[in-house]
Design a protein around this ligand. Structure first.
Ligand SMILES: [Mg+2]
Length: 184
């Protein structure tokens, strides 16, 4: 059985939807996912440094727990976990003191994922697995450099499609499941 390392924000959790709501609360501007054309959301939207800071400060207790799952993720995860050993590898928003606790509650509530399957940290390249799935190009590149014989899937999103990336790019759960099934 293959080990799949799965990111949360941008793969399972709709972080950007929650963030765009904060942007709207602070600035009154209503943006869509498509407007987020690079990983740094504030920069992609052309926010001032002050607005960007005010938005980020809106990530407080309860925010992480209130995120919506990305459409299709619950079913997709179910299919993937039926054929692979899935571990969550998620980088916490370190300025929010309740983030990691809320994340685990959220993963248990929406996906039935237990504590023992969750790793919190930003040094994802130190984690071993057969496949990494992540929406941050920088993380994918770093992990690939560390595990050149393994498989990396950049989870296709408006904020990464313009990045230089020669590897697998998809956000199709069936394609991911197939890819894992046929791994030697
Ligand atoms: Mg992510």
């Amino acid at each position: 059985v293959k080990t799949v390392l799965l990111d949360v924000d941008g793969v399972l959790a709709d972080f950007v939807a929650g963030y765009l709501q904060l942007v709207c609360d602070v600035t009154g501007l209503r943006f869509q996912h498509e407007n987020v054309t690079e990983f740094r959301i504030g920069r992609a939207l052309g926010l001032t440094a002050d607005d960007d800071r005010a938005v980020a400060n809106g990530i407080t207790q309860g925010w992480c727990a209130g995120l919506d799952p990305i459409p299709g993720a619950v079913d997709g995860y179910k299919k993937l976990s039926a054929i692979a050993d899935v571990y969550i590898v998620t980088s916490p928003w370190n300025k929010c003191p309740t983030w990691t606790y809320e994340r685990e509650q959220w993963l248990a509530k929406h996906f039935g994922i237990p504590h023992a399957r969750v790793l919190h940290g930003s040094a994802k390249h130190l984690v071993r697995g057969d496949v990494l799935v992540d929406d941050k190009t920088e993380t994918c590149v770093k992990w690939r450099d560390e595990h050149p014989d393994k498989t990396v899937v950049l989870w296709e999103s408006p904020w990464n499609v313009r990045d230089a990336w020669g590897g697998v790019l998809t956000n199709d759960w069936d394609r991911l499941v197939r890819l894992v099934e046929v791994l030697p």
